[in-house]
Design a protein around this ligand. Structure first.
Ligand code: AOF
Ligand code: ZN
Length: 368
């Protein structure tokens, strides 16, 4: 049984926040629960950028009962005029007496000033209740709001020996239906999906979320230095639900660029060299307010992104299979590599989950 304490109400607020992951764009997910005399009197979550903040929705629900209540908020209430007025003002005006906050807001426009304002008006503020959990929910927001660079999650699905296809190119399927359902959830939770053009040529993927229930469709992004993508590829012809953005080099053939742009496909020029400058590409995607990207390979793009330190998180799924195949069978992460083991990229905060028979390892890279 859940004990009635600050953590229990914060956990409920975190669940409200978590349920909105994937639908707030570059905004954080935030949940708020208002409790008065031992009764929940209001609840809210921020559901969409430009719409009400969690605290405002909860206060509207509570009405007069907000007076004298405790607010449990997963993120520091804002203090700035953004697309909506400051939540800290609303909490003060409504007569809330105590505010329990999980994490401070790293947005430079807020960054502690929301909490300071509440305290200056005599509200009792408690910080850090389940703070790590709130920060994890908003890991993409936390990076983007201070760097304007997208948070990139690399996801691979391979055999135990790291292969993403057999030596003949067969790849359907490596992982189980349970793993593939998890991947669709991951897609829902990122604003963009990034693959290399060779994956498009090999598999003609749709790169959409197709679970049992509808999901948000991320923007499809293809790294395609020389614009080799076939004009009949499904990522180009099926544009009704989600746009596709191509990342190309300035050296890509001009007539290919013109043919693609005539079809309404956006082509970003990422550097003058023969290959896409991936750092520049991420900067440009950030400028377009794509704050989170799920990188789904292939191996060379994964390797290049990792080498350039553009990966923030790895989700490595392994099916309990061994396929072999030497140099003919592609691997999940392919790059020149380091000479010494102590130069290796290591993962921190490693966790392990199982989806059906498959093992999923999640971690955060630390670069030397
Ligand atoms: C809160 N409660 O529910 C949210 C907050 O897009 P805007 O103008 O509404 O503002 C977004 C910023 O406000 C965002 O960058 C973050 O600092 C904060 N989000 N704050 O008190 C909420 N979503
Ligand atoms: Zn707010």
């Amino acid at each position: 049984m859940q004990l009635l304490n600050d953590e229990a109400y914060m956990r409920l607020a975190l669940q409200l926040a978590e349920s909105a992951l994937g639908q707030t764009g570059i905004n954080p997910v935030v949940g708020c629960v208002l409790v008065k005399d031992g009764r929940i009197v209001g609840m809210g979550a921020h559901l969409k950028r430009g719409q009400g903040h969690a605290e405002v929705l909860a206060l509207n629900m509570a009405g007069e009962e907000a007076k004298g209540s405790t607010a449990y908020v997963t993120l520091e209430p804002c203090s700035h005029y953004g697309k909506t007025p400051p939540c800290s003002d609303r909490l003060i005006e409504a007569g809330v007496e105590r505010v329990v906050v999980a994490a401070t807001d790293p947005n430079p426009l807020v960054a502690g000033t929301g909490i300071a304002k509440l305290r200056a008006h005599g509200l009792d503020v408690i910080e850090g209740v389940l703070g790590d959990e709130s920060m994890k929910l908003n890991e993409a927001f936390n990076k983007f709001i201070v760097s304007r660079m997208p948070f990139v999650t690399m996801k691979t699905a391979s055999t135990l020996d790291g292969r993403i296809a057999s030596k003949t190119g067969d790849s359907k399927w490596i992982t189980s239906p349970a793993s593939r359902a998890f991947v669709h959830t991951l897609r829902h939770r990122h604003q963009g999906i990034l693959v290399g053009v060779d994956t498009v040529i090999a598999d003609d993927p749709q790169l959409s979320t197709r679970g049992d229930v509808p999901a948000v469709q991320p923007v499809r992004i293809i790294a395609d230095s020389q614009l080799r993508v076939p004009l009949g590829a499904r990522v180009l012809t099926e544009q009704d639900r989600q746009p596709t953005i191509l990342l190309a080099s300035a050296q890509a053939p001009a007539e290919r660029r013109a043919a693609l742009e005539a079809r309404g496909i956006e082509v970003l020029t990422c550097g003058e060299g023969p290959q896409v400058d991936l750092t520049l590409a991420m900067q440009q995607l950030g400028e377009r307010e794509i704050g989170s990207i799920l990188l789904e390979g292939g191996g060379r793009l994964n390797g290049a992104m990792l080498e350039r330190r553009l990966i923030d998180k790895l989700v490595l799924m392994f099916a309990p299979k061994i396929i072999g195949g030497g140099a003919a069978a592609p691997v999940n992460i392919h790059f020149d590599g380091f000479a010494k083991m102590d130069e290796a990229i290591t993962l921190d905060r490693v966790s392990v989950e199982q989806f059906g028979p498959d093992v999923c390892i999640t971690g955060y890279p630390s670069y030397k």
